[in-house]
Design a protein. Structure first.
Length: 129
């Protein structure tokens, strides 16, 4: 930026000596006056702010991508844990079934009335005769 401290000189550059203004533009020099200085500075500030926001947006998008990767891994781990819980639940059901069968068998055995059995026979040797 080239600051011209007089509005009159600034107007003279752009009205009478356009070749100076053209050369400045080609050289990427902004000629500014007291009035236009703030407008140019505000425009430059907005451009820089926009550039920073874009950089931050890229960083945020990268972080969101990494976060989504983490969520994907977490989802797989939850699926694995769920399958382990399902297997454990199945094992518990099977153990419960076996336990109930054993209890029913025990109850049936307990309910059977044993017949009174006569005392065992004793053999008496034959009399000699």
């Amino acid at each position: 930026m080239m600051f011209v401290p007089s509005e009159a000189v600034y107007c003279e550059i752009y009205t009478s000596t356009m070749d100076v203004a053209d050369k400045a533009r080609r050289a990427r020099v902004f000629i500014v006056s007291p009035t236009t200085l703030w407008a140019v500075l505000n425009t430059m500030r907005a451009i820089l702010k926009d550039a920073r926001m874009r950089e931050q947006a890229d960083a945020i998008q990268r972080e969101v991508g990494l976060l989504l990767d983490d969520v994907g891994r977490l989802s797989k781990r939850v699926d694995n844990l769920e399958s382990h819980f399902s297997a454990a639940e199945k094992d518990v059901r099977e153990i419960r079934t076996s336990t109930e069968k054993i209890i029913r068998r025990g109850d049936r055995i307990q309910d059977v009335e044993l017949e009174k059995v006569a005392p065992p026979l004793t053999l008496v040797p034959p009399a000699a005769g």
